[in-house]
Each structure stands twice: as structure tokens, then as C-alpha cells.
Design a protein around this ligand. Structure first.
Ligand code: ATP
Ligand code: MG
Length: 356
């Protein structure tokens, strides 16, 4: 018996809807393969918890999560709680506390989904964006002086370290090496930002020496948006800073048809701590409670979780199920369909059960 303990944190907005859908699909896998055992413990942390307790999660939260094999996360953010509280109170402390420095964001056009670009169909866009997840523009450094006065100054300091950049670069080169095209694009903004970004370029060139079989190139982030849109076929694996990759992966999600299909894995590559798996999208309060949230991102990230746990067959089965359901047009409204969350979920569960 292969047993994995999963901590589920559905949190805010559509998070609970897509995470419970994902758990149904994961449970279907355990019926399909009786040697696979997944146990789930659900934590009610998030904005509602904050309103009751004044914190997004208990002080002992990380200590509790440490005992799990993986974390399955929904979304944070609520209209009546400031973003810096929701984000810095739950998601970021987990990423930072568990040193999940590699944020891995695969994007492809799923068969059956019509992407917004005329020049692009299934197979034309198959990327993995690696986002540096521990430092850079989101390191929390900076401040405000002369608050509210005409001479007020606010700074947002991006900090990059040689250790931080080298380890994400190695991760990205290794990932590119494992993919058929062995192709990596390193994104910076080293023409206008003259310090940390130039260091990124230099470290990329150094690490590249360790991977002679990987072809790589450099792009400025502005030119990168142009290339992603006009020449999506020319890209494969992409590595960028915390901020740049955050923005590029929203673009990637949109180019693939919807944010509702885009997954993300926050990985501790050294496996000292549990890694965390979540949809890229936020809490989407505009559709919360309507039962129409696209659960595909949540299924796909469940597949990433199984992949990370070494359950490659189970991961592949989820993705086969997702593709089969998409091809048959069982799609939520964000990707042009009329199905609801429950119908998509049932269809994926039925696909998995039929394989038993
Ligand atoms: P955050 O600040 O947490 O990133 P946001 O305000 O950027 O949140 P998202 O929640 O990311 O908003 O959603 C952006 C848009 O995409 C919304 O219109 C939302 O309805 C839509 N969307 C996001 N996720 C899904 C999904 N799973 N299914 C359908 N539509 C979605
Ligand atoms: Mg957003």
C-alpha cells in the first residue's frame, strides 16, 4: 500500500468548490488502484478564519502542515479583507516557511478548448513556466517615508541572491533537460534594471555550462510578451523572477483559453518539507457560489501533486480524464461551455472509474 497524507486548505471564494471537486477525483483514483491510499485532512484557514480569529491560520499552522506529504490549496483573497493580509497571512508563509522556491506552471492548450489566438491550436503551445518563488520583487523589503505628505516616498526592493538565482536556474535547466525539446528561455529586464537582473543573466550563462545538451536563450520580459503571443511555438521551458513569471503566467493561462485551467506547484526540490499545489487563479468572487467554477486547474494541480509524490500513472490518468472530458465538450462557461463544476467533475470521475 502506498499511503500519502494530504492537507487540504480550500480557503476563499471558489477555492472550496474546486478543491472538493479535486478531492472527488483523487478519491476516484484510489478506487481505481486499491494499492493507492490518500487521506485528506481539511483546514478551515483563510479569510473567514481571519474574521473570527484575527489571523489567517493558527500560529502552529506550519508545524501542523509539516507532518503531511503534500498540501492541496484553493485560493486566498476576499473583497472585505485587504490582499496583503490574505496573501501574507497564509499562502506566502507556507511558501517561505517550507522553502518552496520553485513555482512550476505548466500551460498547454487542452484539446477541445478554443484558444483566443488564431495562429495557435493544441500542440502549438506547450510551456512550463518556472517562477522563482522565494525572493525578488516579493521579498517584502521596502518601506514608506513621510507617509501622506507631499514628499512621501515608497520603495519596493527586489532582492536577488546568488544562492537563490543559482538554485532556480539549475531547477529550470534540469526541467528543460527532462522535456523532449530541451529548450529554455531565461527572462529578465537587464537593459533597464542594471544590478540584480544583470546578475540573473550572468548566473544563467554559468549554469548553462552544466547543461550542454539544453539550448537556451535570453529574453527581456517586454519582448517576451510579444513572443508568447506571436510565436508561441518557439517556446518550451521558461524561467523568470517572481514578479515577471507571475505576470507571464497569467498571460500564458489566457493564451491557453482560461485562467480556470492553469495549475501551479510550489515545490521544495530538496524535499525537506511538503510542497503545495494550487490553481493559478484567485478566489474569483464574481462567480463564487454559482457552481460554475472551472475545476480543471484544480485537477491538473492534483496531477502535479501525484507526479511529485512519484505516482506517475495516477497523474497521467487524471490528465487523460481531463483531456477526454474537454474533447467531448463538457466545459464550463469560461472556456465556452455550458456545463457546471459538478458535471465536469462527474465526467472525469466516470472516466477514471471506467479504467478500473
Ligand atoms: P487574485 O487577486 O486572487 O489573483 P483576481 O481578482 O485576480 O484574484 P481571479 O480569481 O484570478 O481574480 O479571477 C480572474 C478572472 O478569471 C475572474 O473574472 C474569474 O471569474 C475568472 N476565473 C478565475 N478562475 C476561474 C475558474 N476556475 N473558473 C472560471 N473562471 C475563473
Ligand atoms: Mg490575479
Amino acid at each position: 500500500m502506498r499511503h500519502y497524507a494530504i492537507a487540504a486548505i480550500p480557503a476563499d471564494g471558489i477555492g472550496p468548490e474546486v478543491i472538493s471537486a479535486g478531492i472527488e477525483v483523487l478519491k476516484a483514483l484510489t478506487r481505481q488502484d486499491p494499492q493507492l491510499k490518500l487521506t485528506f485532512e481539511t483546514f478551515d484557514w483563510g479569510s473567514d478564519y481571519y474574521k473570527q480569529h484575527g489571523v489567517m491560520m493558527p500560529e502552529t499552522g506550519l508545524q501542523t502542515l509539516k507532518n503531511f506529504d503534500a498540501i492541496y490549496f484553493g485560493a486566498v483573497g476576499a473583497p472585505d479583507v485587504p490582499d496583503h493580509i490574505t496573501l501574507w497571512g497564509l499562502r506566502l508563509p507556507i511558501c517561505q516557511g517550507f522553502d518552496q522556491y520553485a513555482n512550476v506552471r505548466p500551460t498547454k492548450i487542452l484539446p477541445g478548448i478554443t484558444p483566443p489566438l488564431r495562429n495557435c491550436g493544441p500542440g502549438d503551445l506547450d510551456w512550463v513556466i518556472v517562477r522563482e518563488n522565494s525572493e525578488g520583487e516579493y521579498s517584502g523589503n521596502g518601506g514608506r517615508a513621510h507617509r501622506g505628505l507631499p514628499e512621501e516616498v515608497g520603495t519596493e526592493v527586489a532582492i536577488f541572491t546568488r544562492v537563490g538565482v543559482t538554485r532556480i536556474m539549475r531547477y529550470a535547466f534540469r526541467l528543460a533537460q527532462s522535456r523532449p525539446r530541451k529548450l529554455l528561455t531565461v527572462v529578465t529586464k537587464s537593459n533597464a534594471q542594471r544590478h540584480g537582473m544583470v546578475m540573473w543573466d550572468e548566473i544563467a550563462a554559468e549554469v548553462a555550462q552544466e547543461f550542454p545538451d539544453v539550448s537556451w536563450d535570453k529574453m527581456l520580459v517586454d519582448a517576451m510578451t510579444h513572443r508568447m503571443t506571436l510565436h508561441p511555438q518557439s517556446l518550451d521551458t521558461i524561467v523568470a523572477t517572481n514578479l515577471h513569471a507571475d505576470i507571464l503566467s497569467d498571460l500564458a493561462g489566457a493564451l491557453a483559453g482560461s485562467l480556470g485551467v492553469a495549475p501551479t506547484a510550489n515545490i521544495d526540490p530538496e524535499r525537506r518539507f511538503p510542497s503545495m499545489f494550487e490553481p493559478i487563479h484567485g478566489s474569483a468572487f464574481d462567480i463564487t457560489g454559482k457552481g460554475i467554477a472551472n475545476p480543471v486547474a484544480s485537477f491538473w494541480t492534483a496531477a502535479q501533486m501525484l507526479e511529485h509524490l512519484g505516482e506517475h500513472d495516477a497523474a497521467a490518468l487524471i490528465m487523460e480524464g481531463v483531456e477526454s472530458v474537454c474533447v467531448r465538450g463538457i466545459l464550463t462557461p469560461d472556456v465556452g461551455g455550458t456545463a457546471n463544476t459538478a458535471e465536469v467533475t462527474r465526467a472525469v470521475v466516470a472516466f477514471i472509474e471506467a479504467k478500473a
